[in-house]
Ligand binder design. Structure first.
Ligand SMILES: [Zn+2]
Length: 243
């Protein structure tokens, strides 16, 4: 498979999300966080979405979306993109058991990571101006909350504890502060690529927990001062330049 390019920092992985006082229903899928690395070929996950077929069209057009599509939209392929893609796929499969995601009927709340937010808007079609997307870092025990507009069924998407190597977050935090030396930046890139590969060769049901939320309150927040952490090191020197 294609080497996963790294980027970083975006993902200060969410220790989880959900509205503070929302009642949570059953845990739909929860599995051991002990993921054994498998030497299998990486999965090539896809998500099928349903859209209208022209500017005033009917809901008849299907598209199959891949990580490569997302890479072009986001700018690079990174572990955050893989986490978002696999996690949103798990959540959407609960909302749309037939496997076809109605982009005209879906809205989403995301944590502020530049990678996760790009996955959220690209895959669901949610946009703030149409009241179908907003960012909220106060959601707890998850990184996404996804809702169907027709029946208000709502799920939160959480990555299980122990899945992401702590070292990635540690180095990532230093990089965000501009304190990670050039050679360590390369090391972090490789660590994220390895993590992405691990995710793509694992069973997503062992990586994520999807939980239904009852009585979720959709409260759009408009905020534009989040830090775009994946561009902070864009002028960093190369490792061999020793700076
Ligand atoms: Zn990214």
């Amino acid at each position: 498979m294609k080497t996963i390019y790294i980027s970083l920092l975006g993902i200060i992985l969410l220790t989880a999300c959900s509205q503070p006082k929302s009642k949570q229903k059953e845990v739909i899928s929860s599995f051991s966080s002990d993921i054994k690395s498998r030497k299998a070929e990486p999965n090539t996950p896809t998500i099928t979405v349903l859209d209208t077929d022209f500017s005033k069209g009917r809901l008849t057009l299907k598209h199959k979306l891949t990580l490569e599509d997302l890479e072009k939209f986001h700018g690079h392929l990174c572990d955050g993109l893989v986490v978002g893609f696999l996690g949103i796929k798990e959540g959407l499969e609960i909302l749309y058991p037939d496997g076809i995601i109605d982009r005209t009927n879906t809205r989403i709340v995301s944590k502020s990571s530049p990678c996760l937010t790009d996955v959220a808007v690209y895959i669901t079609g949610g946009r703030y101006q149409f009241n179908s997307f907003y960012v909220d870092n106060s959601i707890e025990h998850c990184f996404y909350i996804i809702q169907r507009k027709d029946n208000y069924k709502t799920v939160k998407v959480q990555m299980n504890k122990g899945i992401k190597p702590l070292e990635i977050n540690k180095l990532g935090a230093k990089a965000v502060k501009g304190e990670l030396p050039a050679c360590d930046l390369d090391k972090l890139k490789q660590m994220e690529a390895d993590f992405s590969e691990k995710l793509l060769t694992s069973n997503p049901k062992e990586i994520f927990t999807i939980t239904e939320i009852r009585d979720f309150k959709w409260i759009p927040v408009l905020k534009n001062d989040y830090i775009k952490t994946d561009i902070l090191n864009k002028n960093k020197s190369n490792c061999n330049q020793n700076s």
